[in-house]
Ligand binder design. Structure first.
Ligand code: HEC
Length: 172
């Protein structure tokens, strides 16, 4: 074998192994980027305490997710996107990470509501984890009756009103 060819193959092997180890964990099928997540509807003009993490959060919703979340609907439509930035401080100066849920096509993960989960940096461009992440699914399953969304507890924190009284509130 020619020496240069052997070198090229060797370099290719080294490069692909390093890339495999260095690149974030991904299931590959749905690597998405979200450069405009801050332009979506901000449900929480004031940062709120997280129930789940020792952190402060906001919620951003795209058009497809907005009404379903506010109305605490039991089902979200395909294409719904929900963003939750987490901050270390109550003023939102220290960005920790961005967690994302996207409602995929039926069959993506039928047993768990067909949600895609992602953990990104503030730019929404750099992905750390994505896909059917078991840890996320396990906890969000507690909110199965509202399609894996913690909309009920979040809306209660924002409005001070429980879902049962919610329809009355929306009429006002
Ligand atoms: C220990 C439970 C728990 C785990 C694990 C968890 N979440 Fe959540 N998540 C919550 C709770 C509770 C909320 C409601 C907002 C709050 O209080 O933080 C929430 C809210 C969200 C929201 C806003 C939509 C909603 O449900 O209200 C997104 C997006 C989200 N989580 C993504 C993720 C991702 C991605 C992961 C995995 C990396 C994850 N979560 C892991 C409990 C959890």
């Amino acid at each position: 074998m020619k020496l240069w060819l052997a070198m090229v193959i060797l370099i290719a092997i080294i490069l692909s192994t390093t890339m495999y180890c260095v690149l974030p964990r991904s299931q590959g099928e749905h690597v998405m980027v979200f450069p405009k997540w801050k332009k979506y509807y901000n449900l929480t003009p004031e940062i709120i305490d997280s129930d789940a993490h020792n952190a402060y959060i906001e919620i951003y919703l795209n058009d497809i997710a907005k009404d379903a979340y506010i109305n605490v609907d039991p089902v979200f439509k395909e294409g719904a996107k929900v963003f939750k930035p987490l901050y270390a401080d109550p003023d939102g100066k220290e960005f920790a990470r961005l967690v994302i849920m996207v409602k995929m096509e039926a069959g993506y993960d039928s047993e768990n509501g067909d949600w895609w989960y992602g953990v990104y940096d503030e730019s929404g461009m750099k992905m750390w984890y994505e896909g059917r992440i078991p840890e996320c699914i396990a906890c969000h399953a507690m909110a199965k009756e509202t399609d894996y969304m913690f909309s009920r507890s979040v809306m209660k924190r924002i409005t001070g009103i429980d879902t049962n009284e919610f329809e009355e509130y929306l009429k006002e």
